[in-house]
Ligand binder design. Structure first.
Ligand code: ADP
Length: 479
């Protein structure tokens, strides 16, 4: 799998989705924190600048204090000091000139710079002994103070506005988080809760006995898709198991009934056989031909009845068979060999196609031969001359699966659930007893295996026999 595909699979899993959600949440929280830090440092920078506006105003006020000394007392030293403060004010005004342009507008800035320059020039004129127009100088000073105060005020107002804007920021952050959470809930609901509702629906339906698979279109998270698939598989298996269970219960009930009847009939049939045999042996010479024929007929019919009773007893047996390790291929080949003549007469081909190295099964050779005799004979009888019966096999986990497939007439769907029942037959009277598959079913079950039949009418039938593999353990336990 390529790196891109691995990442795609990772993000399509619940683990990946949670990781992605945490990553996005972390990035959003980080971004909002960075925004907060940036706005706070911007506010701090503005506060520092605002202090410089205050310094400018203070220097101008200082200069005006000295201006008063000069104008009232004619103090030359005060004039120098005042001009010194104005120089400092000029340097500060230049330093914050561009900010002032933005805050108070270029006209007010230029007016302040011009007023500063004018006031300074007027003070310098005083030093050169030019006649002092005290009113004009005071007017210039006052205007300068007004302008500087105005600029400082405007700056303060701007900062207050910024601070009140910044104080709204946490609410904005909360709002963004709220939207993000709504989005998260939508994503979680879409990709987790909707499929979970589906899971609830499936289990609810299964509980009510509806095993049909649920079609859940759309893309799902890997774990959910796996869960839906597993649930559908479970429903399918449950359905199959329930059918098997019903079948098994039905046959078990029939077995109990049959066992009772067979046991009751067994003794009279044996007695009839014994009496007919004794009649022929001890009184044969006193019987005429008709009498002998009648006695032989009684014996034949009693033997037939005895065979049916034996089959019924075989079918109703429930104890576990004696199991020994058996090579399935050898067992199948020996069974086919037993049927050689019947197969030849029927004009059919029986093909044994078993893969080499099939595991040994735990079984009983005579019983398994009986199973495959029944299956192959049924297949041969259901297939017109020229057809083919194939016996194949495959490994099926704990079992070896042997299949008998024919190309015959097949079994109608309505008959399929009944073929393992005793006395179910579609053959002409006298040709079939309907006990073959019942006995087969019972033998396979007693070995711990299972048998299933599939068929499409007109396309032949397929019987699958699952036989448990032989385990060393069984041998040691003496089972
Ligand atoms: P019987 O062979 O005496 O009828 P079985 O129990 O062996 O009894 O079979 C029961 C019925 O199952 C048959 O009568 C026949 O209708 C059906 N059947 C069994 N095997 C096949 C097959 N391979 N193809 C078609 N029908 C089958």
């Amino acid at each position: 799998m390529g790196r891109a595909a691995r990442w795609r699979d990772f993000f399509n899993s619940i683990k990946g989705k949670i990781f992605a959600l945490f990553l996005v949440t972390f990035l959003v929280a980080g971004g909002l924190t960075a925004l907060n830090v940036w706005t706070l440092s911007a506010v701090r920078a503005r506060l520092v600048l605002s202090e410089r506006y205050d310094d400018l105003l203070n220097n101008i006020l200082e200069a005006r204090r000295y201006e008063k000394n000069v104008l009232i007392y004619g103090d030359a030293r005060s004039l120098a000091e005042g001009v010194g403060y104005l120089d400092q004010a000029e340097a500060q005004a230049q330093a914050i000139a561009s900010d002032m342009g933005r805050v108070a507008g270029p006209e007010r800035r230029d007016a302040l710079l011009a007023a500063l320059a004018g006031y300074r020039a007027a003070l310098l004129d005083l030093r050169q002994g030019l006649s002092a127009d005290a009113e004009r100088i005071r007017g210039l000073g006052k205007r300068l103070v007004d302008l500087a105060e105005g600029a400082a005020r405007t700056k303060r107002e701007r900062i207050h506005r910024t601070i009140s804007r910044v104080s709204l920021l946490p609410f904005g952050t909360l709002g963004v988080f709220l939207l993000f959470m709504v989005f998260l809930i939508k994503v979680v609901a879409g990709s987790l809760l909707t499929p979970l509702t589906l899971v609830r629906q499936i289990t609810g339906r299964v509980a009510k006995g509806d095993f049909s698979p649920v079609n859940a279109p759309g893309r799902h998270i890997a774990e959910i898709a796996g869960l839906l698939e597993a649930l559908n598989l479970m429903a399918h298996e449950l359905e199959a198991n329930q059918e098997n269970l019903l079948q098994a219960r039905k046959i078990a009930a029939l077995g109990t009934l049959t066992a009772g009847i067979a046991h009751e009939i067994n003794n009279p049939v044996n007695n009839i056989m014994l009496s007919a045999e004794t009649l022929l042996e001890t009184h044969g010479d006193v019987l005429d031909e008709d009498g002998k024929e009648l006695a032989t007929d009684i014996l034949d019919q009693a033997e037939r009845a005895g065979e049916i009773v034996r089959n019924l007893l075989d079918f109703s047996r429930t104890e576990r068979a004696e199991l020994s390790p058996l090579d399935p291929a050898g067992m199948v080949k020996s069974t086919v060999a037993l049927l050689k003549n019947q197969v030849m007469i029927s004009g059919m081909k029986v093909v044994v196609d078993l893969p080499p190295g099939l595991a040994q099964v735990a079984g009983n050779l005579r019983h398994l031969q009986q199973v495959f005799l029944n299956l192959i004979l049924n297949a041969v009888q259901a297939t017109p001359p020229g057809g083919q019966v194939t016996v194949s096999g495959l490994d099926a986990g704990e079992f070896v699966c042997l299949e008998v497939r024919d190309t015959g007439k097949g079994i109608p769907a309505e008959q399929l659930p009944h073929i393992f029942e005793p006395f179910f037959t579609t053959k002409d009277p006298g040709k079939g007893t309907g006990l073959g598959l019942a006995v087969t079913y019972s033998i396979v079950k007693r070995m711990g295996g299972r048998i299933e039949a599939k068929s499409t009418l007109g396309e032949g039938a397929l019987f699958r026999v699952y036989l448990p593999k032989f385990m060393e353990q069984e041998d040691k336990d003496g089972r």
